[in-house]
Design a protein around this ligand. Structure first.
Ligand code: ADP
Ligand code: MG
Length: 400
């Protein structure tokens, strides 16, 4: 069933609690990049332009002891938000109590308030009590009491049951998805539940063990699964091929065999690789077909594989990409990832979806991000979504 979205709500005059993802990189109080704050603006603006009072909650980093708190205050985030919105934003340096309640009571329609880092609740009087990340029922109930409706726009934490997402939602009559969350549900949820065919998945990255759940789930749904990256060579080993010094998970070779048997010709492995003498951009390297020679490690897929993958991808209507094709951080082994990324950008009739932290970084680094239908904002969350798991943060959003 479709989920309720912020645009379905009448927010006028309402206290709108909003769980956003303001978990930005921050060092000595300086924000490294504000992408996530910018990404939350459409939902925030929608609420305030329609006369709601926006009360924003987010976590920032991990708070495990009192000393973690000062460096993980939400204050600089609230200041940046104020600059981006070009209007005052009230920052409340606490997560509960009279100061917070009075500040909320004092809000006018269209005002914005940011409360302190929700994970400050994880440490009380020096003890690591995990009230936020353990979804303490009293905390969720308390936060819910501060608002009239709840909007969850934080996909990045949707795979976790925390007080600030699931806890609040379970104490609210109505929980709606924000626009970012809605897009994740439409694209990733859509690809997993009801893809337009041909549906092709490209799975890469370092390890089979990280992606086994995704491979399993997508084998049942995709028409083809193209494998690249380091996990290729565990599959090579499973086929009895030589892998040289390539990355391998020895304890996953049997599992890889099982997958190969089950998948038949649905699963496509690279036919050639770029191999190097060392894990080093400046190491001697060359392209080889099939077996990886002794003394070499495979660090990228080769040009023949790229052409074969493109041949499968050219007719696709839905493409999900998770995991780079090679060690894209080093320029000599970035070609496979770059070529696949560029090619996906040319597929105008297909829904193209990227999930996974490093894959997203690769696509951004390559400057092709805006060519995709959807770039997921959550690493762990998108992986679990692709595994077909129910994400508690999404399950807690009301149906339309
Ligand atoms: P994502 O975050 O997109 O899910 P992963 O974390 O699974 O992706 O994998 C990304 C990492 O895999 C990158 O750091 C990349 O360098 C590494 N990788 C890709 N191909 C290889 C390879 N052939 N050998 C070793 N590491 C690889
Ligand atoms: Mg990663």
């Amino acid at each position: 069933m479709a989920k309720l979205t912020v645009s379905d709500l009448d927010v006028k005059g309402k206290k709108v609690l909003m769980r956003v993802d303001f978990n930005v990189p921050i060092k000595d109080g300086v924000i490294g990049n504000d992408n996530r704050i910018v990404a939350a603006l459409p939902t925030i603006k929608y609420v305030i332009e329609n006369g709601g009072k926006a009360i924003l909650l987010s976590h920032l980093g991990r708070v495990k002891k009192e000393e973690d708190k000062p460096g993980l205050s939400m204050r600089p985030v609230a200041e940046r938000l104020s600059n981006l919105l070009n209007k005052p934003v009230t920052f409340v340096p606490t997560t509960e109590g009279k100061q917070l309640e009075d500040a909320i009571d004092g809000l006018n329609d269209g005002d914005v308030l940011v409360m302190e880092n929700t994970r400050y609740e994880d440490v009380k009087d020096g003890e690591y009590v995990k009230r936020e990340s353990g979804n303490d029922p009293e905390l969720g109930k308390y936060w819910a009491s501060l608002g009239d409706v709840f909007v969850n726009d934080a996909f990045g934490t949707a795979h976790r049951s925390h007080a600030s997402n699931v806890g609040i939602a379970s104490n609210m009559a109505q929980t709606a998805a924000g626009f970012l969350m809605e897009k994740e549900i439409t694209f990733i949820g859509g690809a997993v539940d009801n893809p337009e065919h041909p549906f092709v998945a490209i799975l890469g990255g370092a390890k089979v063990s990280d992606k086994i759940g995704v491979i399993d789930n997508l084998l049942a749904k995709a028409d083809k699964i193209l494998i690249g990256g380091g996990m290729t060579y565990t599959f090579y080993a499973a086929k009895g091929m030589k892998i040289g010094n390539s990355l391998v998970e020895k304890d996953k070779i049997d599992l890889a065999k099982e997958i190969l048997d089950k998948a038949g010709d649905k699963l496509v492995l690279p036919s050639d690789s770029v191999v190097a003498e060392k894990f080093d951009n400046d190491a001697a390297h060359k392209t080889v077909e099939g077996d990886i020679p002794d003394g070499y490690m495979a660090l990228d897929i080769g040009p023949k594989s790229v052409a074969e993958f493109e041949d499968v991808l050219k007719d696709a209507k839905t493409v999900v990409w998770n995991g780079p094709m090679g060690v894209f951080e080093m320029s000599n082994y970035a070609e496979g990832t770059l070529e696949i990324g560029k090619f996906l950008g040319t597929l105008k009739d297909a829904k193209t979806i990227v999930g996974g932290g490093d894959s997203t970084a690769a696509v951004q680094q390559l400057g092709v991000a805006d060519q995709f239908s959807h770039i997921s904002t959550g690493g762990g969350a998108s992986l679990e979504y692709l595994e077909g798991k129910t994400l508690p943060g999404i399950a807690a959003i009301s149906d339309k």
